[in-house]
Structures are given as C-alpha cells and as structure tokens.
Design a protein around this ligand. Structure first.
Ligand code: GAR
Length: 209
C-alpha cells in the first residue's frame, strides 16, 4: 500500500478527487496517510477530516525561521512514513532538502500544459489569466515530478482542454480542473502505486500492461 501525503493550501478540490477515486476503486494500492496544509484556514483540511484522514497544519507563522518551517514540514512527512508526496495546490516553495530526501517521490499538479504558463509567479488563477491574455486556443494540466526548479521536473501526464470564446479566468480554471486536473492527478497516483512508471534520464517511462 502506497502511503501518500497530500499537501494543500486552499479549497482542496484535487484532494477531493483523490479521496473519491480511492473510495471508488479507480485508484488502487493507495492510502492517504496525512493531509498537510501551510494554511490553518484551508477548506482542504475540512475535506480531510470529513474523510477521516489525519489533517495537520504546518504554518510558517508558527516557526521562527524558514529553516525551522522546512524542518517541521519534512518531520511531519517522516512521522507519517509517507512514500509519496502529492502537491495539490500547495503554494509553498519546496525546500531542496525535501526534494533530495524524496527524490522522484514528490508530484505536483499544474494547471497548464508545461512548458507554457509555468514557473515562478504562475499559480492558481494567474495561470489562466496569462493563458487568456496570450490568446491560446488549447490549455490543460500537467502532473510532474518535483525537482529543484519551479515546474521543471519530469512530466508524468498531461491533458489538453479547449479554451472557448467568452471564457473568464474563473470559467477556464473550472473547466481545466473538471476535464483535466481531477482526472490526471489521481491517475498518476494510481500509476505510481502500481509500479507502472519509472524515471530514466530525466524522463518518465510508462510500463505497458
Ligand atoms: C489547482 O488548480 C492547481 O492546479 C493549482 O492550484 C489549484 C488548487 O485547487 N496549482 C498551482 O497553480 C501550482 N502551481 P484545489 O485546492 O481546489 O485543488
């Protein structure tokens, strides 16, 4: 059984998609060991509690320095003996020590087709504002492993979503979530839990079968 930590900062709709797909058997061999938030007010923590999953807040405000916060974050993951860390709308820069400790065992969902509209400053609604400002006709979402860069790690899955006339950032964000994020993030977890992917030379290789 793959022990997963889901790290969240906000509403937690991606967390909900994972919980639902584990419950329905679409994601197998997986248990959510803990949900971690940097934000005590994150609705995602409520979702975790409702699903009887341990919900922990590790807030930078409760630590004297960034180093202490980073240590507390890694300590929490160690305490729950997690095999995989899933960043599901976690608006925290992942410390290098955590990337090193969990090499190719941290995944992130990003609401665009990387390498478009990603990197520092491209998160949440801003990604969709930037996509609409550029006038792209197709956008989507990406699940990737986390390395030392911002949105630069090996890509696991991507799904395209059409941009439609009259879209607002909010409308487009919702469509990308419904049609892409809530599908590919649970699917990536299922693939990892069942030993179906490997990272080789910085690229993800998917096993057949
Ligand atoms: C999602 O759209 C996720 O892709 C995005 O934050 C949202 C969280 O929503 N993440 C990023 O932009 C990371 N760069 P949720 O809390 O409802 O899952």
């Amino acid at each position: 059984m793959l022990r997963v930590a889901v790290c969240v900062s906000g509403g937690g709709t991606n967390l909900q998609a994972i919980l639902d797909k584990i419950r329905d058997g679409a994601v197998t061999n997986t248990e959510i060991a803990v949900v971690v938030s940097n934000n005590p007010g994150a609705y995602a923590l409520e979702r975790a509690r409702a699903a009887h999953v341990p919900a922990v807040c590790v807030s930078p405000k409760e630590h004297a320095s960034r180093e202490e916060f980073n240590t507390a974050l890694v300590d929490t993951l160690e305490q729950y003996r997690v095999d995989l860390v899933v960043l599901a709308g976690f608006l925290v820069v992942i410390p290098p020590v955590m990337v090193e400790r969990y090499r190719n065992r941290i995944i992130n969902i990003h609401p665009s087709l990387i390498p478009s509209f990603c990197g520092t400053g491209n998160y949440g609604l801003k990604v969709h504002e930037n996509a609409l400002a550029r006038g792209v006709k197709v956008t989507g979402a990406t699940v990737h492993f986390v390395d030392e860069g911002t949105d630069t790690g090996p890509i696991i899955l991507q799904k395209a979503v059409a941009v439609e006339d009259g879209d607002t950032p909010e409308i487009l964000q919702r469509r990308v979530m419904e049609q892409a994020e809530w599908e590919i993030l649970p699917e990536a977890i299922d693939l990892i839990a069942n030993g179906r992917i490997q990272v080789k030379d910085g690229r993800v290789i998917r096993q057949k079968g």
